[in-house]
Design a protein around this ligand. Structure first.
Ligand code: 13P
Length: 248
């Protein structure tokens, strides 16, 4: 039985005051939640969130990292630095990084590798564009994205990787994949892993992301191969986020 995981991706949102209010709001609800809960916050707030969440069950992650350990990479942040601030998770390969910052499958696989080497759990994102879904390429695309990482780090590493399936057409659009559409792709992703190792395929968490909200979370998370959610917009309000956490 896989425990439900709900992770918030705040993206580039927040202020010191907003972070305080949001984290304290989430912490109030935590005693009533059985799911594992993670918040992935912008780098400047890692320290603040680490302090606020000490001694709580709320776990902390970052949203990106650089694949190099240190050095002359102006503006970049390493896995070690993220770890230094108490984060245990890092989002890698989000579609916004793939499309807006040109991150290839190769770069993403390298980032997954360096995260694992630093004991950070990657929240590894995959998903197809609307055009790819319309032309029947969903499975080809997610297979390419998953296989790039299997080739780089090996199937065993998936014991320490969380996958997030986020169809790009559902992100920030208010258009959610139907439970059946999401379940079909999640089952396919699991079958891809099973071609390499059946036990690992069964244990890997595959989260759904893309306009998940308090109204649709329960039905999505109830699907056999959907193990939780990666939440964008709805993770910025503690009430909405907590009600998604309770849907698990
Ligand atoms: P929304 O929940 O705002 O659609 O964003 C999903 C997402 O991109 C999470 O990583």
């Amino acid at each position: 039985m896989r425990q439900t995981i709900v992770a918030g991706n705040w993206k580039m949102n927040g202020s010191k005051e907003m972070v305080n209010t949001l984290i304290l709001g989430i912490l109030q609800g935590m005693p009533y939640i059985e799911s594992q809960v993670i918040v992935c916050v912008p780098y400047p707030y890692l320290s603040q969130v680490e302090s606020l969440t000490t001694h709580s069950q709320l776990q902390v992650g970052a949203q990106n990292l650089n694949a190099n350990p240190f050095g002359a990479f102006t503006g970049e942040v390493s896995a070690n630095m993220i770890k230094d601030f108490g984060a245990k998770y890092v989002i890698i390969g989000h579609s916004e990084r793939r499309t807006l910052y040109g991150e290839s499958d190769t770069i993403i696989a390298e980032k997954v590798k360096i995260a694992l080497e630093n004991d950070l759990t990657p929240l590894f994102c995959i998903g197809e564009l609307l055009e790819e879904r319309k032309t029947g390429k969903t499975e080809t695309v997610v297979a390419r994205q998953v296989n790039a990482v299997i080739d780089k780090v090996g199937i065993e590493s998936f014991k320490n990787i969380i996958i997030a399936y986020e169809p790009v057409w559902a992100i920030g659009t208010g258009v959610t994949a139907t439970p059946q559409q999401a379940q079909t792709t999640h089952a396919y992703i699991r079958s891809l892993l099973a071609q390499n190792d059946v036990n690992i395929a069964q244990s890997v968490h595959i989260l759904y992301g893309g306009s998940m909200n308090p109204n649709n979370a329960k039905e999505l998370i109830a699907c056999e191969d959907i193990d939780g959610g990666l939440i964008g917009g709805a993770s910025l309000k503690s009430d909405d986020f907590l009600s998604i956490c309770k849907a698990g």
